[in-house]
Write a protein that binds this ligand. Structure first.
Ligand SMILES: Nc1nc2c(ncn2[C@@H]2O[C@H](COP(=O)(O)OP(=O)(O)OP(=O)(O)O)[C@@H](O)[C@H]2O)c(=O)[nH]1
Ligand SMILES: [Mg+2]
Length: 318
C-alpha cells in the first residue's frame, strides 16, 4: 500500500551538497515484551499511525511492515507481537513470528519501557543471533521526571549485552526518533531499495479495516474480552461509489457478544464510527463498514479456526 497524499514529505536528498552516499536499505525488526510501545514506535518512525496500539498487552498479533524512504535510505520496519508466556496456540504463533522477524533482520530494535532489565527481557534478547546488531530503545522516557532518574536504568541495561547504541526515547512525543534513525542507518547494508519509494506498508488496505475495528474494541473493553476478539473482512465491495466493507467480529464466549455490542448496540456503533474514521484517514476515501458479531468459542486453540481468522499459515513469511 502506498503513502497517501496526506503523508508529510520526508527529508529530501540534498540537491547540491557533497557527493551522495551509496543507497542503503534493510529490515529493522522491532521486538520486546508486550505493551512497551513497539507499535507506537513504528508509527512514530514511519510518520503515519499505521499499526494498532492499546493499553492491553498482546495488542499486535502479526507482523506488519512499515516503510520509510528518505535521503537514499530505506528502512523497512517490522512491528512484531510482544513476546510473552503463551497460553494458547495463538500465543505460540505470535512469539514465533516475533522471534523469526528478529532472526531475519539487518538490525533489531529491542524496545523496553523506562524500567530496569527483567528476566523476561534477557530471555528475549537471548533469542537474537549474536551477529545481528541490536539497538536498545528505552521508551516512555516522558514518564520519567526528573530525567536524572533514568541514569541507573541506562547503566543497568548497558551491562546486559553489547548494544550498538542505547537510545532513550518517547514514541508518544517522537522525542529521540531522529537520533534513533541515525543509529539504525549506520547498520543498514548498502543496496537498492526493497520497496518502491512511496510504499508505506506490505499489507493491503483490507488488513487495516479489520485491525482498526479490533483496535477500537480493545480500547472500549476491559479484562478478558480483548484477548478473545478476532476480526475478519468477509466482503470488500469496491463496485460502489463508497466501498462497502463487511466485517465479522469473532468473540471467544457467547456472553462477550452483549459486551461488545453494548446496550441497544450503542458500543458497537461507537466502535464502528471510530474505526471508520481511522480507516478513511489511511485510505484517503470514504467507506461504509458493516459489522456483525459472532461467538466462535475456543478459536485461539483451534488450528482450523486460527487459519480461517487469518492467524494460520507459514510463520516464516509475512
Ligand atoms: N507515556 C508513554 N506511553 C507510551 C509511549 N509509547 C507507547 N505508550 C503507550 O503504551 C501502551 C502500549 O503501546 P503499544 O504501542 O500498543 O505497545 P506494544 O509494545 O506494541 O504492545 P503489544 O502489541 O501488545 O506487544 C499504549 O497505551 C501506548 O499509548 C511513550 O513513549 N510514552
Ligand atoms: Mg504492538
Amino acid at each position: 500500500m502506498k503513502r497517501g497524499s496526506s503523508a508529510k514529505k520526508k527529508r529530501a536528498p540534498e540537491a547540491d551538497g557533497p557527493s551522495p552516499a551509496p543507497p542503503r536499505a534493510g529490515r529493522v525488526a522491532i521486538v520486546g515484551r508486550p505493551n512497551v510501545g513497539k507499535s507506537t514506535l513504528m508509527n512514530a518512525l514511519v510518520g503515519e499511525p499505521l499499526a494498532i496500539t492499546s493499553s492491553h498487552p498482546q495488542t499486535t498479533r502479526d507482523r506488519l511492515s512499515g516503510v520509510l524512504t528518505e535521503g537514499g535510505v530505506q528502512y523497512v520496519f517490522v512491528d512484531t507481537p510482544g513476546i510473552h508466556a503463551p497460553r494458547s496456540k495463538l500465543g505460540v504463533r505470535m512469539n514465533t513470528l516475533a522471534e523469526d522477524a528478529a532472526r531475519g533482520a539487518d538490525v533489531v530494535l529491542f524496545v523496553t519501557d523506562a524500567a530496569l532489565p527483567s528476566p523476561a527481557d534477557t530471555k528475549i534478547l537471548a533469542t537474537v543471533p549474536a551477529a545481528v546488531p541490536v539497538v536498545l530503545v528505552v521508551n516512555k522516557v516522558d514518564t520519567v521526571r526528573p530525567k536524572e532518574k533514568l541514569l541507573p536504568t541506562l547503566e543497568a541495561w548497558a551491562k546486559v549485552r553489547e548494544f550498538s547504541a542505547i537510545v532513550p526515547l518517547s514514541a508518544r512525543t517522537g522525542d529521540g526518533a531522529e537520533r534513533l534513525l541515525a543509529e539504525i542507518e549506520r547498520h543498514l547494508p548498502e543496496g537498492d531499495a526493497i520497496f518502491p519509494e512511496e510504499e508505506l506498508t506490505d499489507r493491503p488496505l483490507r488488513y487495516f479495516a479489520a485491525e482498526y475495528v479490533r483496535e477500537q474494541i480493545l480500547r472500549a473493553s476491559r479484562a478478558e474480552v480483548p484477548h478473545g476478539v478476532a476480526v475478519v473482512v468477509e466482503e470488500y465491495d469496491e463496485s460502489r461509489r463508497v466501498p462497502r466493507i463487511r466485517l465479522v467480529v469473532h468473540v471467544a464466549k457467547e456472553s462477550h457478544k452483549a459486551i461488545v455490542l453494548g446496550e441497544r448496540g450503542e458500543r458497537m456503533r461507537q466502535i464502528a464510527t471510530s474505526a471508520r474514521a481511522r480507516f478513511e484517514a489511511l485510505a484517503g476515501r470514504q467507506v461504509h463498514l458493516e459489522i456483525f458479531v459472532r461467538a466462535t468459542p475456543g478459536w485461539q486453540d483451534n488450528p482450523r479456526a486460527l487459519s480461517d481468522l487469518g492467524y494460520g499459515g507459514d510463520t516464516e513469511e509475512t
